[in-house]
Write a protein that binds this ligand. Structure first.
Ligand code: ZN
Length: 490
């Protein structure tokens, strides 16, 4: 259910609406935090926070709030148990808010953001006791607003993630495909190197990218993107398709005949692309059995193929996990991961805007508890090691009075540089989740490729002249440590 779209239309039609959300949950509860219900002034409601007496109690609370008119948000703590006729033994903190036509612009902005895909808002309670959601921090948004408020903050996530597509080529078929994809749950990056290639009106789920380096888009695309290649130039088709196959996206489609495929296949093999990836290439493109060559027909067929692919992957995601050395949550993202990562991203923006340093933020979380936050403070503290992750690691260790953060996850707005990565290993962090890649960082002037290149070099070949000067005293300190009976190993 689209929360903000529905709230917006109910407020428009009925003058007011209440939003009831499970804000925090502990123990055994019928639904997860973030479960939401929308209540109309006439008592009708959409969604569920788990049913039972709790739901009826909260519907009454929403009715009371609506009767009093637009006012401060209410937090209602409620233990679940026999007195509520509920068999669950947990506890919930429920947020009840009311909206009326004065909120129309805010509701519309959030509805639009929700329509574009997943997004997270950083929330705080404003001066009138109402929830301030002006800080979009994550997901697709065209005009992010600055963070506000220093009080209690939390994150909320809304919207279904649109499946990412890279569409190369804005010719007749590319244009028809962009139109066919317009109403579908896809987020399209539409790439063409030619000035004037794009039509004047672009679907809202498509972002036109005019670039002379289309292959760079392959490098920075999310790993689960589908890639469709239909440019004006065979050479470009070959280069882009090869780059996409090399990166190993789950779906790569190329427009063209079986003859074109055979010719390209030889080139791909010469480039050393694994045979299985070449075989999986969709070329000719589109669903089998649809032979029409009109751009709109090809477009409909490819759009259907992309939907089929999306469902197939959705099905494989929900199949039982394979047995392995690591629990599933170590390598898959949970809704909580998205929230903590969004907080790290929000920190990066907030402190960049306050001129603390570069645009980087980090959060360290263990067992659902935030141990520390960090952001880049290099230029404000003249500390070249004050990267966001190092700052967060220092603060987290201070907070837990331990040099080990075993069991913790490091959320960072950007892939850690070698120093921060090493710090995470030294701190025994169990998991790292990042948003921007090091390629993204390199593109805005933070290139740590040099460091990656330096590490494997022999000492004598490094850029900073490094000289080995043996010392008996240094050796004897080591021997003393080795023999020290009360040492604390780390
Ligand atoms: Zn770093």
């Amino acid at each position: 259910m689209s929360i903000w779209r529905r709230l917006s239309s109910i407020v428009d039609e009925h003058g007011a609406a209440a939003l009831v959300a499970l804000h925090e949950v502990k123990g055994s509860v019928p639904r997860e935090a973030g479960a939401r219900m929308i209540v109309r002034p006439d008592g009708a409601f959409h969604g569920t926070i788990g049913g039972g007496s709790l739901e009826w109690e909260l519907l009454r609370e929403a009715g009371r709030a609506l009767a009093q008119g637009r006012g401060p948000a209410r937090f209602v703590g409620q233990a679940l148990g026999p007195d509520l006729g509920q068999c669950c033994g947990g506890w919930v903190n429920v947020l009840v808010e009311t909206f009326d036509r004065r909120d129309a612009a805010m509701l519309e902005a959030l509805a639009r953001a929700e329509g574009e895909g997943t997004f997270t808002v950083v929330c705080s309670v404003g001066p009138e006791g109402r929830v301030d959601r002006s800080a979009h921090s994550f997901g697709s948004h065209s005009n992010p607003l600055p963070m506000k408020g220093d009080g209690k903050k939390w994150c909320e996530t809304y919207g279904a993630r649109a499946a990412p597509i890279l569409l190369f080529g804005a010719g007749h078929v590319g244009r028809a495909l962009a139109l066919a994809l317009a109403p579908l749950p896809f987020a399209v990056r539409w790439i063409d190197p030619r000035e004037g290639a794009f039509p004047p009106h672009i679907p809202t789920n498509a972002t036109p990218i005019l670039t002379s380096d289309p292959e760079a888009e392959i490098v920075r695309a999310p790993a689960d993107a589908a890639v469709i290649v239909m440019t004006h130039d065979h050479g470009l088709d070959l280069a882009i398709t090869a780059a996409a196959l090399q990166r190993g996206f789950p779906f790569v489609g190329l427009i063209g005949s079986a003859t074109k495929r055979a010719r390209f296949e030889r080139r791909f093999r010469d480039l050393g692309i694994p045979g299985a990836r070449i075989e999986a290439l969709a070329c000719p493109i589109g669903l089998p059995g649809i032979g029409g060559k009109e751009p709109a027909v090809i477009a409909a067929s490819v759009a259907a193929q992309l939907l089929q692919e999306r469902e197939r992957r959705g099905a494989s995601l929900s199949s039982p996990p394979q047995a392995g050395p690591e629990p599933l949550h170590m390598t898959t993202l949970t809704p909580d991961d998205h929230v903590h990562l969004a907080c790290a991203v929000a920190l990066s923006r907030e402190h960049m805007e306050r001129d603390a340093g570069g645009p980087f933020g980090a959060v360290i979380v263990r067992d659902g508890k935030v141990l520390a936050e960090g952001w880049n403070r290099v230029t404000s503290t003249n500390d070249p090691t004050a990267h966001a992750e190092v700052t967060a690691i220092r603060r987290a260790c201070e907070a837990v009075q331990d040099f080990s953060l075993s069991g913790a996850t490091l959320y960072t707005s950007c892939e850690p540089c070698p120093m921060c990565l090493a710090s995470a290993y030294w701190a025994r962090v169990s998991r790292i989740v990042f948003a921007n890649t090091r390629a993204d960082a390199a593109a805005i002037g933070f290139d740590d490729q040099l460091l990656y290149d330096e590490i494997p070099k022999p000492v004598t070949e490094r850029l900073i002249p490094t000289i080995h000067a043996p010392s008996p005293e240094a050796k004897s300190v080591f021997a003393a440590w080795d023999a020290k009976a009360d040492k604390i190993a780390y």
